[in-house]
Design a binder for this molecule. Structure first.
Ligand SMILES: Cc1cc2nc3c(=O)[nH]c(=O)nc-3n(C[C@H](O)[C@H](O)[C@H](O)COP(=O)(O)OP(=O)(O)OC[C@H]3O[C@@H](n4cnc5c(N)ncnc54)[C@H](O)[C@@H]3O)c2cc1C
Ligand SMILES: *[C@@H]1O[C@H](CO)[C@@H](O)[C@H](O)[C@H]1NC(C)=O
Ligand SMILES: *[C@@H]1O[C@H](CO)[C@@H](O)[C@H](O)[C@H]1NC(C)=O
Ligand SMILES: *[C@@H]1O[C@H](CO)[C@@H](O)[C@H](O)[C@H]1NC(C)=O
Ligand SMILES: *[C@@H]1O[C@H](CO)[C@@H](O)[C@H](O)[C@H]1NC(C)=O
Length: 605
């Protein structure tokens, strides 16, 4: 343990000592075997594995954000969410969304060592096995559930996990010791409806059902376990991590019929050379942007930005998919404590903080939500034929492989279409009752309903007016079809029904928002939805691992089409949208990539 921590200090000494332009200048002319752009979730997992597996190579990770290793808002599970919109967050706006009356939706994305794994809400789960098997069927040998499950397990040590979960990986997962008592009423209520099963082992490829989800928390410190404090300390000194340094583009050079990545140029003009490979792990918004900045992408986009096109690759930045959500919230009976209390009662907050300092369970550990994953029949409580008809009409004539798959899996009983998150504290739209309100000091819970495979498919591209440093142009096309709208209305109506079901019914005082009087009809729900739709922060598929003819950007070895040695390794390569919170999938992608990159390097040595 001590040795590992020293190692982390050593690696980070390079990082911290070399902050900003100063450090990059001192690196000028420096050459590495592997240059990894983005020290986020996948980037640090991959870099650490390469450092261990290829001890005779030199690896550099270049991260735009700073280290947040000592930041309470990142480490303390109960403070999750507090970093959103702050200095560790890119917080990219979408362009105004037409169906939302031109509302802009913000995208938190980690701008910090660890990337979005430092900002996320610490839910640890996996999609349905069938969803990952589809990756293989779409033309990606080696990427079925069996292989990905093994890779995801290599990332984790699941303390108290079900048989078969990971026992030796860097990231810790556990069933959180802090448990909101009132949340225990959720599963009995939900499972008494529509034949929904109890399920607390959702990570083994069968997510359908209601249960408490695991959380990625270190059992010794009860801190968030994420790529920066879990993987990075295991790396050797052949890995250099450079923080607060932003990459402007990948440098390419013609090599026969292909382009060869020779390194990267930083925003201050410094060049870092790659002997073997450049790997983009900048996340599903910025990895496709970096491809475009490097001359790889759609002709019209590059032309508008006056960037010379080196590779015509129409899939770059397309296929943007996100999990959309809407929440309603309930006031809880006064004899139950919710996580809200640490926010409005300073004495209680201090008591709970001291419990944490003494390593006792406290609201500062809290990250454990009760989650339902359900198919349409379970949400609707009857036939799903209307939803199926809406999907068919929205996608009529589409040849897109992702769309075809969305239709194919709609009625698969094992694939979730809706997720519902039951929270341990207020998590709504209009805000916790403000000072002066008679409701301040009450406890609340929210139910967040998320659509797992919305039909709306958008894009992310560079801003032609400010391509390198400006915000990307994100257009997810939210709610551009009736399937997505009606799906969330079904979910909201079912959510209300759950709260009218015992034993949950007796736990709540009343619906706080929207309120039984404010919203009664489908038309009311629709209004509510358009005003309040948000996102679960899961953009993916923007540099999809698919055949090029199907809009793919990378091949099954994650190499960008038309290049020899440029890969993308992060959430952008997910071929088709999956139903889970994606961090375990992202770690799995990094683990698999490390496996074949190491194999290839050894084969060539
Ligand atoms: C608020 C929030 C809550 C979430 N909750 C959950 C959850 O509870 N469970 C779950 O499973 N998933 C959750 N997710 C999603 C999950 O965290 C992400 O899908 C995953 O972390 C993405 O990993 P990545 O490697 O693709 O990108 P990231 O982890 O975002 O890494 C990209 C990195 O690249 C860096 N970068 C970008 N551009 C450049 C550049 N030009 N130069 C240098 N560096 C650059 C960024 O700063 C960042 O560090 C959540 C996400 C957010 C934001
Ligand atoms: C856990 O988090 C706290 C709060 O940020 C931090 O002070 C401490 O160093 C962390 N512990 C470990 C072992 O990382
Ligand atoms: C804190 O308590 C947990 C049990 O909840 C235990 O496993 C862990 O080792 C303790 N950590 C320390 C640093 O004592
Ligand atoms: C605040 O917390 C303290 C300590 O738990 C408790 O004694 C007190 O009743 C609480 N006050 C309110 C208004 O909830
Ligand atoms: C480009 O965007 C960055 C970041 O928002 C901003 O600081 C800069 O002023 C912009 N440049 C131009 C020319 O608009």
């Amino acid at each position: 343990m001590v040795r590992l921590l020293l190692y982390s200090a050593q690696v980070l000494a390079v990082t911290v000592a070399g902050v900003g332009a100063q450090s990059s200048k001192s690196l000028a002319g420096n050459t590495y075997d592997y240059v990894i752009v983005g020290g986020g979730t996948a980037g640090l997992a991959l870099a650490t594995r390469l450092s261990l597996g290829l001890p005779n190579t030199k690896i550099i990770v270049i991260e735009a954000g700073a280290s947040g290793l000592h930041e309470d808002g990142i480490n303390v599970p109960g403070l999750k969410g507090s970093t959103i919109g702050g200095k560790y967050d890119w917080f990219f706006p979408t362009i105004p969304q037409k169906a939302l009356n031109d509302r802009v939706v913000f995208n938190p994305r980690g701008k910090v060592l660890g990337g979005s794994s430092a900002l996320n809400l610490i839910t640890w789960d996996r999609p349905a096995a069938r969803e990952i098997d589809k990756w293989k069927e779409l033309g990606n040998p080696g990427w079925g559930w069996k292989e990905m499950e093994a890779a995801m397990e290599r990332a984790e040590t699941f303390v108290g996990g079900p048989p078969g979960s990971g026992t030796n990986g860097p990231v810790y997962a556990l069933y959180n010791r802090q448990q909101a008592t009132f949340l225990e009423a959720v599963a009995p209520a939900v499972s008494s409806l529509h034949g929904i099963p109890l399920n607390s082992d959702s990570i083994q490829g069968n997510p359908i059902g209601i249960g408490f989800q695991p959380t990625n928390v270190n059992p010794m410190s009860y801190n968030r376990s994420y790529s920066a404090n879990a993987y990075l300390p295991k790396a050797k000194s052949n890995l250099v991590v450079l923080t607060e340094t932003r990459v402007a583009k990948v440098n390419l050079k013609k090599s026969g019929k292909l382009q060869r990545a020779t390194g990267v140029t930083l925003t201050d003009g410094i060049v870092i050379t790659a002997r073997k490979e450049v790997i983009l792990s900048a996340g599903s918004i910025q990895s496709p942007n970096l491809l475009e900045l490097s001359g790889i992408g759609r002709t019209d986009i590059l032309k508008a930005a006056k960037i010379k096109q080196l590779i015509d690759l129409p899939g770059v930045g397309e296929n943007y998919q996100e999990h959309i959500l809407v929440s309603i919230s309930y006031q809880i009976r006064d004899d139950f404590i919710t996580g809200d209390r640490i926010n409005y009662n300073a004495t209680y907050r201090e008591e709970q903080w001291n419990r944490r300092l003494n390593n006792q369970s406290s609201w500062f550990d809290d990250a454990r939500f009760s989650i339902l994953f359900a198919n349409w029949k379970q949400i609707i409580g009857g036939s799903d034929k209307n939803q199926v008809a809406l999907a068919r009409s929205a996608l009529a004539g589409s040849k897109d492989v992702g769309h075809k798959w969305k239709l194919e899996q709609l009625s698969d009983p094992k694939i979730p279409q809706i997720e519902m998150i039951f929270t341990s504290r207020y998590f709504g739209n209009k805000g916790y009752p403000p000072v002066g309100s008679p409701l301040r000091g009450k406890g609340y819970m929210a139910i967040i309903a998320g659509l797992m495979h919305p039909i709306a498919t958008g894009s992310v591209h560079i801003d032609p007016a400010n391509a390198t440093l400006g915000n990307p142009i994100i257009d997810p096309k939210f709610l551009n079809n009736e399937y997505d709208i009606q799906g969330l209305i079904h979910a909201l109506k079912f959510a209300r029904k759950i709260f009218q079901t015992e034993p949950l019914k007796s736990v709540v005082v009343e619906e706080y928002e929207p309120g039984l009087d404010a919203v009664k009809t489908d038309a009311d729900w629709r209004n509510y939805l358009l005003k309040n739709m948000g996102i679960i922060f899961h953009p993916m598929c923007t540099a999809a691992m698919l055949p090029k003819k199907d809009g793919g950007v990378v091949d099954p070895k994650l190499v960008v089409y038309g290049t020899e040695n440029l890969r993308v390794v992060d959430a952008s390569v997910i071929p088709v949208q999956v139903s889970a919170h994606p961090q375990t999938v992202v770690y799995g992608i990094a683990e698999k990539a490390a496996e074949f990159i190491i194999k290839e390097a050894k084969g060539k040595l």
